[in-house]
Ligand binder design. Structure first.
Ligand code: GLA
Length: 387
């Protein structure tokens, strides 16, 4: 916090009129690659995320600076020219949100000076980009005194990512960041946006995130490729069912459709989306019965489906997960987020966490030559102004 204050006053002067905001990252417990298929997801917001110290400026200029990208320096733009600009790098995310607000008639007549700081690893699948979108939405909502709620802000963030950044992501990440609740996870039906909070206090257990530290490279284009494959599967399913998304099918209905799929890869993508959707509901039910063992088993099934049918894991994620399964005290482990690198989520007995980190970390380095990082996280509240 001190660093934010000092940096702000060094770069932009007086901090007395500034306001501080926070938007969390998220971890998805189960329900992967189901959101853009109209299915269920079960993420929680984290106690790590992105902070921003913001102050209105007297003209239409915006000056954004991130402590995470200090080598890039201050990014400057004018509200009269909000076109996507590659040179603006990370600042395109908050810029896209300004554009989406404007489309709703919520126009700014002044710019902002903002210093951002994220204590969430960038591009590691914990929604650093969704957190900055939701953060900007929360800032604009506060300054414009508009009446957008958390769900609206999530949708605006998603629109910015889809239209301005060009990644066809679903709603999960922005929703979790905007709507998170302390000590709870969120069961969200991405078709209707109906949601309910489920207590996620695991007495005696910790949520441990393991970061592969693998550069994700072509992740965005691979993500869009899966999206296209699911669209193709939906078209085939629609020849027999009047549905708007794969999430409306149950397992039996999909299996009956298999002969219609000439391309078996497309069938396997749909198979993952449909079974994962059902698994998510079962997992939440197991949790409500305090049946952590079943919850953990379903996490493993989810990973296997993502590995074999959806094919979004890779040797790094598979190494972390397989070795996590072998550890004493680990009751559930799977990849989380888009995949192709990024992180795994693990539920580990509190007294075994140190050993877990040591063992999984060592074997991972032997198997991949990379060094994994571990974070112990807690389900937390969604985006807010910090007063
Ligand atoms: C990324 C996307 C989400 C979701 C996950 C996979 O995090 O942003 O919308 O599709 O991948 O579950």
């Amino acid at each position: 916090m001190e660093n934010l204050n000092t940096t702000f006053s060094n770069l932009f002067g007086d901090i007395s009129n500034s306001r501080l905001f926070f938007a969390p990252g998220r971890v998805n417990l189960i329900g992967e690659h189901t959101d853009y298929n109209g299915g269920n997801v079960f993420p929680c917001a984290l106690d790590i995320g992105t902070y921003a110290l913001a102050r209105e400026s007297s003209n239409k200029k915006c000056r954004f600076y991130s402590l995470n990208f200090d080598h890039i320096g201050i990014i400057e733009f004018n509200l009269d020219d909000l076109l996507f600009d590659e040179n603006h790098n990370w600042a395109n995310y908050p810029k896209g949100v300004i554009v989406e607000f404007a489309k709703l008639g919520l126009n700014l007549n002044h710019g902002f000076d903002i210093v951002f700081y994220g204590n969430i690893p960038n591009g590691a699948g914990l929604s650093s980009s969704a957190s900055i979108e939701v953060l900007m939405g929360t800032i604009l909502n506060a300054y414009l005194k508009s009446d957008k709620n958390g769900v609206d802000i999530a949708l605006i963030g998603q629109a910015a990512e889809n239209k301005y950044i060009g990644v066809g992501c679903g709603i999960m990440d922005q929703f979790a960041s905007a709507m998170g609740k302390n000590k709870h996870a969120i069961l969200l039906d991405c078709n209707t946006l109906k949601y309910q909070y489920a207590p996620f206090e695991l007495s005696g257990y910790k949520i441990v995130i393991a970061n592969t530290n693998k550069r994700r490279g072509l992740a965005d284009s691979k993500y869009n490729e899966r999206l296209a494959e699911c669209k193709e599967a939906l078209k085939i399913a629609q020849t027999k069912h009047s549905i708007l998304s794969l999430g409306e099918l149950n397992n039996e209905q999909l299996i009956e459709l298999e002969p219609l799929f000439d391309n078996k890869i497309v069938y396997r993508r749909a198979y993952h989306a449909v079974t994962e959707n059902q698994r998510t509901l079962k997992a939440v039910e197991a949790l409500s019965n305090n049946d952590l063992m079943t919850f953990g088993k379903l996490m493993a099934d989810s990973h296997i489906s993502l590995r074999d049918d959806y094919e979004v894991t890779g040797i790094e994620l598979d190494s972390l997960v397989k070795n996590a399964w072998d550890q004493d005290g680990c009751i559930g482990a799977r990849m989380t987020g888009a995949g192709f690198g990024g992180c795994t989520v693990n539920i580990v007995s509190e007294d075994k966490v140190d050993n877990f980190i040591k063992n999984v970390g060592n074997i991972y380095t032997k198997e991949t030559g990379l060094i994994a990082e571990f974070y112990i996280v807690n389900p937390s509240d969604g985006a807010r102004e910090i007063i």
